[in-house]
Design a protein around this ligand. Structure first.
Ligand code: HEC
Length: 133
């Protein structure tokens, strides 16, 4: 009788260990993150979360200092400067990184490239969380 119990326990242990290896129940990552691995890796919230709290910039501060003069209160747009609507946080972050990297975006790319030139990744992440949807 005893050897049987030991064998059963070992079998159950092995089964549990095998289940533990597969990660999520269906073996897939979070579907929200699967859409675009590149964006998931640059998720603005993750970038801030990787920093100690005292080093995390506050999005409204960045927006007030560096963006509001052109994009207006709540990013509603002023004159030729577009309203910042309809962009997810990740999309806004990716656009700003592209402007900062010198990629040509719209007809007024140069204006934005200059505006984001001095921003850190963390400031871009913070302002994207504030101004993105
Ligand atoms: C000097 C004025 C100016 C400043 C400062 C400025 N922007 Fe812009 N922004 C623009 C203009 C003009 C465009 C359109 C650029 C183009 O044609 O590609 C733009 C485009 C953008 C876009 C792309 C919008 C879209 O729908 O594609 C985002 C996002 C953006 N700005 C965010 C910001 C943020 C966040 C800040 C602050 C860090 C900022 N901008 C600072 C003038 C400015």
């Amino acid at each position: 009788m005893k050897p049987f119990h030991i064998a059963t326990s070992l079998f159950l242990l092995a089964t549990l260990a095998a289940c533990g290896d597969s990660g999520a129940p269906n073996g897939k990552a979070d579907p929200a993150l699967e859409e675009s691995p590149a964006q998931a890796a640059n998720n603005p919230a993750d970038i801030l979360a990787a920093l100690p709290p005292e080093d995390q910039p506050y999005g409204l501060d960045v927006f007030t200092a560096k963006c509001v003069q052109c994009h207006g209160n709540l990013g509603l747009g002023i004159d030729n400067n577009p309203a910042l609507t309809g962009l997810t946080r990740s999309a806004m972050q990716q656009k700003m990184l592209a402007y900062r990297a010198g990629k040509t975006m719209g007809p007024q790319t140069a204006v934005m490239a200059k505006a984001v030139a001095g921003l850190s990744e963390a400031e871009i992440a913070a302002v994207s969380i504030y101004a993105g949807e």
